[in-house]
Design a protein around this ligand. Sequence first.
Ligand code: URP
Ligand code: ZN
Ligand code: ZN
Length: 467
Amino acid sequence: MRTLISGGIVINSSGPFAADVLIEGETIAALAAPGSSETISWRANADRVLDATGLYVIPGAIDGHTHMEMPFGGTHSVDTFETGTRAAAFGGTTTIIDFAIQSKGQSLREGLDAWHAKADGHCAIDYGFHMIVSDVTESSLKEMDLVVDEGVTSFKLFMAYPGVFYSTDGQILQAMQQASRSGATIMMHAENGIAIDVLVAQALARGEGDPKFHGMTRPSLLEGEATHRAIQLARVAGAPLYIVHLSAAEALDEVVAARDRGQNVFAETCPQYLFLSDADLAREGFEGAKFVCSPPLRSERTHADLWRGLRTDDLSVVSTDHCPFCFKEQKELGLGDFSKIPNGIPGVEHRVDLIFQGVDQGEISLARWVEVTSTTPARLFGLFPKKGVIAPGADADVVLYDPSASQIFSVATHHMNVDYSAYEGMAITGQVATVLSRGTVVIEGGQYVGRAGSGQFLRRGLNGYLR
Ligand code: URP
Ligand code: ZN
Ligand code: ZN
């Protein structure tokens, strides 16, 4: 199958340029200037021509942080790998990296097998796994290297959630030492969970059970403190560190200081920290439960800090931390007690569009839009140059994006398997027009035309910034 994408503006992390793109089978075969002799002959021999006039042609986006079918607080996030990857495709994401979980008392092997059983044969787009290590023991430390050999090259540890995912500083240090030997990357949920649990108990004892107290008991200072500690532990171990879902200016300051001294510290933020705020968490009645995630939404003033971080590359990536729980029956588990509200916000479908608003509003360039949503996650998570770039030899994961379209986000029109939208009624400039996953059109004319199970498991390499 030969597909020609004609007349568009290709945008890589190096910037925009006019080019036609030839796809052969699952791979990008060549790029050439529009109207050149090459493109004339490609057109004559193409099985299919996609007209990209007026559109951007960007590498399929990579969401390095999702939670499909994730157990949390006695329930499960509601997107399956089938529904979640389909929704991702609608929004221009052609790769997700989800978190396989080692529960306490389990081996890493058991956790990884369980995630393969959930995902394999169900995904609409390609997928990989990070591994959550919640039981750092002699045997799980040894197992980390075996997991790396299977293409799961990053491990998430938690300074939050004592009794569930939490690791002590000693355990974290040991896991980092193990990672420094194998070249794996340690990802950190950096919030001081021990101190937070004290604040939560005190708030509940005062009768403060509404959703807004979720935010008030997780102050940004305790994210900054944990981020500082994680960075120092990684420094001692000589391991690369990736801070997930960074939300606070205090945490960003720590990342800036580490990067300025040349430490291999990377950080992601998420759209919810750029577009939503503690005012949403404080909405009337129980509405705020829709916005409960950890770290919590911060003050609106933080938005400017995070956009600046993205512009200056202090923040390297935007991922979604997609973790959808329905308002009815799931978020409602925490009626009267915010600590029982399952943590997480749906968003896998909206990241490319939301970050494009940053381009539209002059916060970041077109090139940076592509870089933080595709190219950098590809490099950091060992997928580059197969993913993250429009270039000969890369997988033909390609999105045709219409920058002049407009849309309104709503639960009535989104494709995520969840009963509310965190962005209900938000007016957006730009929209995905067509999506190809390894050369096959999966989204066209607002319809899903792909197939569940066509997504392949990606055995990832090591962090490309460190070799
Ligand atoms: O609230 C969140 N972030 N839920 C998902 C779990 C995590 O910590 O990433
Ligand atoms: Zn986390
Ligand atoms: Zn997460």
